[in-house]
Design a binder for this molecule. Structure first.
Ligand SMILES: C[S@@+](CC[C@H](N)C(=O)[O-])C[C@H]1O[C@@H](n2cnc3c(N)ncnc32)[C@H](O)[C@@H]1O
Length: 200
């Protein structure tokens, strides 16, 4: 007869989500608290996990804390923000990437999913190994989020989660429809402007 060993319980997190996001949320260019909590609760259920975040900002340190003990990596295209947030969280947690295709160029292809290039970066982590991915970049009026979301679908593991912010906008709704829903991603939660999808 086989013997079994009881696994130790997961260590409880050191801070609550309310504490982690107390100083952020609701400012211009940020998510609201409800939006942060919706995804952070799901990351917490899996933490320590592999968390990939498109975009840095005031919330970067919070995501590292939510995924305490896990691997959290940020991808950012704006050098100014890499410098600024790098001094807060450590530059080793941020990788620079470049987007090449503006939204209008993708639109001109008739929103072909095959026409979306992956963003450029060395040792791209688009390897179907990430548990949770948060897409809140690039900044709205610049490139559009089709490239970052496409990259997220290449990075997430089967059954993993992708959250996309600013889904009240026409562009992000198209991204959801063409690059997530049509590829079998299931919408599992909506919190204000945030949508959370599960990978097939
Ligand atoms: C919607 S912002 C992401 C903001 C971030 N989630 C936060 O908590 O502040 C998308 C991009 O804008 C830039 N950015 C970051 N923080 C910003 C801020 N406070 N104001 C304006 N742009 C910001 C970065 O290049 C980032 O990738």
């Amino acid at each position: 007869m086989g013997s079994w060993v009881a696994l130790p319980d997961k260590a409880p997190p050191t801070s609550s989500l309310e504490e982690i996001f107390a100083e952020i949320g609701g400012q211009p260019n940020s998510c609201t608290h409800e939006e942060y909590y919706a995804f952070a609760r799901r990351v917490r259920m899996l933490a320590p996990c592999a968390l990939l975040v498109f975009g840095v900002g005031r919330d970067s340190i919070a995501w590292r804390t939510v995924n305490e003990g896990g691997r959290t990596l940020f991808l950012e295209n704006n050098g100014k923000w890499i410098e600024k947030i790098g001094t807060e969280i450590g530059k080793e947690y941020i990788r620079a990437l470049a987007y090449q295709q503006v939204y209008e160029e993708w639109e001109a292809t008739g929103f072909s999913p095959e026409a979306v290039p992956l963003p450029e970066l060395e040792h791209a982590p688009f390897d179907h190994r990430w548990d949770c991915i948060f897409v809140d970049a690039p900044w709205g009026p610049t490139f559009g989020r089709h490239q970052s979301t496409h990259a997220a679908t290449a990075a997430v593991k089967p059954g993993g989660l992708i959250a996309l912010h600013d889904c009240e906008r026409e562009r992000e709704l198209t991204v959801c429809r063409v690059l997530l829903q049509a590829r079998g991603f299931e919408l599992i939660e909506e919190a204000e402007r945030l949508r959370i999808y599960r990978a097939p």
